[in-house]
Structure formats: C-alpha cells, structure tokens
Design a protein around this ligand. Structure first.
Ligand SMILES: [Fe+2]
Length: 268
C-alpha cells in the first residue's frame, strides 16, 4: 500500500475510502479489465515485456480472465496507430499465450478526443473491443478520454459521429475531469446519451485524493459507472484493484450494479 499511502491526503478523512469489508478477488467479479497501458514501450505504461507480464500475472492472481489493452492514441503526444501497435502487441500476446494460454488479451486504444480522433471515425480506422449491451446485443466499444485541464470543445458532435458510425463510446475515468466536479449533470448527460461511464480503481482507492474519490464514489453509488478499470500503467495500479476488493461501496456495486465488464464476450 506504499503508493496509496504516499498519495492519499491526510486531511478530509470524511471522503477517505473504507476498506473494512472482507477481501474478495475482484477479478472474479469484473472478469475483464478494459483499460490499461501494457503494450511495452508504446506510451507511458509498461516500459518492457517483463513489466507487462508482471502486471498480467497480478491480474491473473486477482481472478481476471482477460484484458483489453488500451495504449494512448493522442496525435501530439502518442501518435500511435494500428501500424505502430500491431507488432509490439503481437509479441506481448505470444508471450502471454506461452505462459497463460487461457488468459486472453485484446488490443484496443484510449483515444484523446481531438481532431485526429474525428478523422479516425470518418476513416473507419478505430481500435475497438467487443461489449454486450443491456439487451444482450454485441456492440463495438471505443474508449476515449478528455483533457484534464480544459473542458472539451465540440465533444457532443464528435461523440454523435462515433455513435452514427456504429460504435459505443466508453468514457475513461469520468471522475478525473476537475472542470466537471461541480457539475455532475455533464457526465450524467453523456450516460443518458448512451456513453458508457467508467471510473478508475485508483480513484476509488483514494490514490488521487478526496475530490476524485468523492466523484468516483458518487458515480458508483448511483450506478452511473458501468465499469471499474485498472488504467494500469504499472504495478502500483494493481495495488488499487486489490485494495478496492475490500471496499463495501465497491462490493455493493459488484453485487447489484451489473458490471459491464463481466458480460464482455470471450476475447480471441
Ligand atoms: Fe488510460
């Protein structure tokens, strides 16, 4: 718990997470981790194959059966595409298959909502992962994020284009956009328009402070959150997954909230 202890603020204990429930293996309930940075050397996640495999070993230890891996695609900072990602992902996939043949990984991406994302939608050039909607129909999911410092511009239009192209948008870490912390109707509005809302395990573990925790908690409490994700960039994020396995809030959601990651199709 060293990473969590270091980052967790000492004040405002009323918004501190509660880890008083008996531990459960969270991967047995979530089944698929749908947001992580484990393709070696392509973004700010795993630097090499050993780090990637160490993270996957932890997921397996916690009971997960599969993982959607989502490197950043951000035209200014991480100009990735299927062409830059295919080979390193394939090497990882071969190494995973050799060690854990039953554990499946799938390449998708975390798109920054910018002009490049809009071009990818128009070109039909998107890395997606399969999901199952409320009616049991298989849908194509695309993970995206906004910037942390300024509210997005034009996002309604871009997300409409994404949906018209036949995809279900999945918002990464909905609790991490400070400009919307006092306006929960913004995230709820996205959910009402069919965007799947996700929160990060680290926020629920308190690693990003009381404000992120408060917002993540509310999204889980009111069932707006469809998924809880590792957003793993390193082993420290696995500590958060393990920690929230003891959270009464998260356990209630696991049993009553119908986590969307548990009904993903089996990945190839
Ligand atoms: Fe991420």
């Amino acid at each position: 718990m060293s990473w969590l202890n270091r980052l967790r603020p000492k004040s405002n204990r009323s918004e501190a997470p509660d880890f008083s429930a008996p531990a459960l293996r969270i991967g047995e309930y979530l089944v698929t981790d749908v947001h992580s940075h484990m393709v070696p050397g392509v973004d700010d996640g795993a630097e090499n194959l050993e780090q990637s495999l160490a993270m996957i070993a932890q997921l397996i230890e916690m009971g997960y059966r599969q993982s959607v891996i989502t490197p950043h695609i951000h035209s200014d900072i991480y100009p990735n595409s299927i062409h830059t990602l295919r080979d390193p992902f394939q090497k990882l996939q071969e190494a995973v298959h050799a060690r854990w043949p039953e554990f499946k990984i799938h390449l998708a991406a975390e798109y920054f909502l910018d002009d490049h994302f809009e071009h990818c939608i128009a070109a039909g050039d998107l890395l997606w992962f399969p999901g199952t909607d409320e009616n049991g129909r298989e849908v194509k999911c695309v993970l995206f994020e906004f910037g942390f410092h300024e509210p997005p511009m034009n996002h309604d239009h871009v997300l409409f284009e994404l949906q018209m192209a036949g995809y279900t948008g999945v918002l990464a870490h909905a609790e991490r956009y400070p400009y919307w912390h006092q306006s929960p109707q913004e995230i709820q509005g996205l959910a009402d328009r069919g965007i799947w809302i996700t929160v990060n395990a680290a926020s629920l573990a308190g690693a990003y402070g009381p404000e992120m925790y408060r917002v993540a908690k509310r999204l889980v409490e009111n069932n707006t959150a469809r998924m809880i994700c590792s957003d793993a960039h390193g082993l420290r994020h696995m500590e958060s997954l393990e920690a929230i396995g003891k959270s009464p809030l998260v356990q209630h959601w696991l049993h009553n909230g119908n986590p969307a990651s548990a009904s993903l199709p089996r990945l190839q």
